[in-house]
Unconditional design. Structure first.
Length: 427
């Protein structure tokens, strides 16, 4: 069988032996979100209390600016980010996404509200603890690479360890495998002038990773790159995430980029969140006219997945025999049917013609007429990958889980109907 699957964005965590106490702590950490943002507000100016009062009365950002000369950066922001998730903050310029990102690590001080990381209140941390959090728990990757041209690539990557007082031999030993991870193994002695823009951004990413932080805050890191290099870096980020399993908060104004890399997307407008959801939820169920207009020109086939367009799978069991398979096909008005094991794992497909011939010669064994060379897709496979396959295939595409169980099927007509239905935003 030929299997289609999309590379997972998040790797599975391994299990290790542990004491009951650490086991209990690990369970708590797995249950609670990695990042929790509660009622977060940022107002720029010297009369923030007055502006906050007007916000609560329902005045708009522009009205408050006119009345108080205070600028509302973000208002009433609430969301959670799960461990290992790529959470994308998206919006037009001035929507507040970069301000929100910087409030998470307090590069910008929030006016009110809370940011919790693993249950710890970052907004209440003193200076010493905040520096520790920035160095060891949260690392940031900026749009501008902010690298030192007079330093080698290795020294740039190890800079975060240097300011922590780590000795040269140790910081080099820790930086080298990270450079290899981002594809710069042979460039550690080079200088920035010898690197392309994409390679320089890899250095910035390596510098953020060398401290082995739990969280990566990425502020439009690829926006200064050429389109081709930008796509390459997006792919690199997804491949890297499958290895390191970091919690990522990623800022972008590019919808295609958000749809490609985000597990969930938070769409912002005028300092507020207007919708949070998976890429498919944002596209197929926009929460407002603003969101609908924002996503109206997206090629929905590149975002919809097999799971979103599949139909329930009709199947017979391997032990049922050709007569049962033929009878079921007649009832359903179809010319082929999938065959599964007792555990509902996909075995293959049989056609009506083959079942009829086997039945006439009284052969009770379905396995002798089983066609195993069929296409399989995972639930997360993009629909765009399935369109050319269905165009040339004689049989439907089977959607299977990681354990090989049959979850659903996709036929050509159902796929086209699903695209039309989702494109119209209706069920």
């Amino acid at each position: 069988m030929i299997e289609l699957k999309r590379e997972a964005k998040v790797s599975k965590l391994g299990v290790e032996l542990q004491t009951p106490e650490t086991a209990e702590n690990n369970v708590k950490q797995q249950v609670q979100p990695k990042i929790v943002v509660k009622d977060l507000v940022k107002i720029f100016g010297d009369r923030t209390e007055r502006a906050l009062e007007l916000l609560k009365q329902g005045l708009s950002k522009d009205e408050i600016l006119q009345k108080t000369r205070q600028v509302v950066g973000i208002y009433n922001i609430n969301f959670e980010v799960q461990t290992g998730e790529i959470f994308v903050l998206m919006g037009l310029s001035g929507s507040g996404k970069s301000t929100l990102l910087r409030c998470i690590n307090r590069l910008i001080e929030p006016t009110s509200g809370q940011v919790l990381v693993d249950g710890e209140d970052v907004t209440g941390a003193d200076g010493k603890r905040l520096r520790e959090l920035r160095r060891k728990v949260m690392s940031m990757v900026f749009q501008s690479f902010a690298l030192f041209p007079h330093r080698t690539i290795l020294d740039n990557a190890a800079y975060g360890l240097e300011i922590q007082g780590v000795k040269k031999d140790e910081r080099y030993a820790r930086a080298r495998p990270v450079l290899e991870m981002v594809g710069l193994k042979d460039w550690e002695g080079a200088y920035l002038t010898q690197l392309s823009g994409g390679m320089q951004q890899r250095v910035g990413l390596a510098r953020a990773l060398v401290n082995n932080p739990d969280i990566l805050l990425m502020d439009e890191p690829f926006s200064a790159l050429d389109p081709l290099i930008r796509r390459e870096m997006q792919n690199e980020l997804l491949a890297l995430q499958s290895k390191v399993n970091k919690t990522v908060v990623f800022v972008t104004h590019d919808l295609d980029e958000a749809l490609k890399i985000g597990d969930r997307i938070a769409l912002m407008k005028d300092g507020s969140l207007v919708q949070i959801g998976t890429p498919e939820e944002i596209l197929t169920h926009p929460a407002s006219d603003y969101v609908a207009k924002f996503v109206q020109h997206v090629d929905i086939s590149k975002v919809l997945t097999a799971e979103g367009v599949m139909k329930p799978a009709e199947a017979v069991r391997l032990q049922d025999g050709p007569r049962v398979a033929l009878r079921r096909m007649r009832e359903l008005g179809i010319s082929s049917i999938f065959v599964v094991t007792r555990e509902r794992r996909l075995a293959g497909i049989v056609t009506a013609d083959d079942a009829l011939e086997a039945s006439e010669r009284r052969d009770p064994n379905l396995s002798r007429i089983l066609i195993e060379d069929i296409f399989k897709a995972r639930p997360e496979t993009p629909v765009s990958d399935l369109i050319p396959i269905l165009a040339d295939s004689k049989y439907p595409v089977a959607v299977v889980g990681e354990d090989g169980r049959l979850l659903g099927i996709i036929v050509r007509g159902a796929l086209l109907a699903g695209l039309v239905r989702k494109g119209n935003g209706s069920e």
